[in-house]
Design a protein around this ligand. Structure first.
Ligand code: ZN
Length: 364
């Protein structure tokens, strides 16, 4: 840690003298000043009496990063290092006295569970502070996935849903922004480095661009995963199989290129395939039926509506509205006053029908 208590005042390690009787401002135990030629000065608990306050073990990255962040965010208000909040038993790495709402900055370098992120986020909100997470090297090296998005992603004006990383070598923020999911399920983002707070506030200067989903590859991977009898695909395949189809033989009329919030589990396309397979079992159906099937399929593809710091409202309802509109436009459904009528069946790929017939012969 960088700040310790000497008698009744707080002392920064860079101004501290050896031999003082320093105490941890959080738990009140003795801490020792460490000064070396290669690391910045810091205080540490004695190994026999570690801190009783939750927090992370100090690494050189964490110690250096906190000071850099305090300087980076200085224009937003007076920054206090290692601000202790006794009422919620938390210590913010940097506390920015921002108006109208203070910002609690966490520079997260070590592993942390979803529960702990949720608890700390909740704690800061309870004291009226805005929780702001910046992730260290360990996280910067990880591939963008649900584990990161679920725990740390939040909305930032101009950047959409994003993750922020602090690089102590470059002394810049890496922003993985406009995080979303391709219809084929991959998580994607745009990446921008910012060197100043002004650039962070300004937002990205490039237009967002997403690659076209590779559907041939998606179909091929789906088929391969089904042959390996992947556990997550099995319930989806069963659902579609019971309607007489094969998951990888999905009709082209169900394809869309839009991106979704990153809450769709295995992706929007699989969801559309399952919902369509179920809807076309009907002669006609109501909105309530469509909504029920949409929700059920959302659960099957592993979708969720809430992460620690954001949630997707009306996610299924919106996706359903778009799917039904697409099917009406493709002249497969007709809109009725109280629901929809099936006009024609979508075309499922023939190869897989053949595969199904063979399978049935074997069973017979
Ligand atoms: Zn302590």
């Amino acid at each position: 840690m960088l700040i310790a208590k000497l008698e009744s005042t707080l002392v920064d390690a860079k101004n501290a003298q050896r031999g003082g009787s320093y105490l941890c401002p959080a738990c009140g135990q003795r801490v020792v000043l460490h000064r070396g030629t290669r690391v910045q000065p810091y205080f540490a608990h004695r190994p026999a009496a570690p801190c009783t306050f939750p927090g992370e073990g100090e690494t050189a990255q964490h110690v250096v990063g906190k000071r850099q962040l305090a300087a980076f965010f200085a224009d937003w208000g007076v920054v206090t290092l290692e601000h202790v909040l006794p009422t919620i038993q938390q210590r913010a790495d940097c506390w920015i006295a921002h108006q109208p709402r203070p910002i609690a900055l966490e520079f997260q370098c070590s592993p942390i569970s979803r529960e702990e992120v949720a608890a700390r986020t909740q704690g800061y909100r309870a004291v009226g502070a805005y929780p702001f997470w910046l992730l260290g090297k360990r996280y910067a090296q990880q591939r963008l996935g649900w584990g990161l998005i679920d725990r740390f992603a939040g909305w930032l004006k101009g950047w959409g849903l994003c993750l922020l990383f602090w690089d102590v070598t470059r002394q810049q923020v890496r922003i993985d922004h406009h995080i979303c999911q391709a219809v084929t399920g991959e998580y994607q983002c745009q990446q921008t480095w910012v060197a100043s707070l002004a650039a962070l506030v300004q937002g990205p200067h490039r237009r967002q661009w997403w690659p076209e989903p590779n559907l041939a590859r998606f179909r091929w991977e789906l088929d391969r995963d089904l042959r390996r009898s992947s556990d997550t695909l099995k319930p989806l395949q069963t659902a579609v199989y019971l309607t007489g189809h094969h998951l990888a033989g999905f009709p082209d009329s169900l394809v869309t290129t839009q991106v979704t919030p990153p809450l769709f589990g295995r992706g929007l396309l699989l969801w559309r395939i399952v919902v369509a397979a179920w809807l076309f079992e009907h002669v006609r159906f109501s909105r309530a039926t469509a909504q029920r099937l949409g929700d059920e399929a959302f659960r099957l593809v592993g979708g969720t509506t809430t992460a620690v710091r954001f949630y997707g409202a009306d996610l299924v309802q919106r996706a359903l509205g778009e799917l039904l509109a697409d099917l009406v436009a493709a002249r497969l459904l007709q809109r009725l006053p109280n629901g929809w009528r099936v006009v024609a069946q979508p075309q499922w790929a023939a190869d897989y029908t053949a595969w199904l017939e063979n399978d049935e012969k074997k069973l017979g």
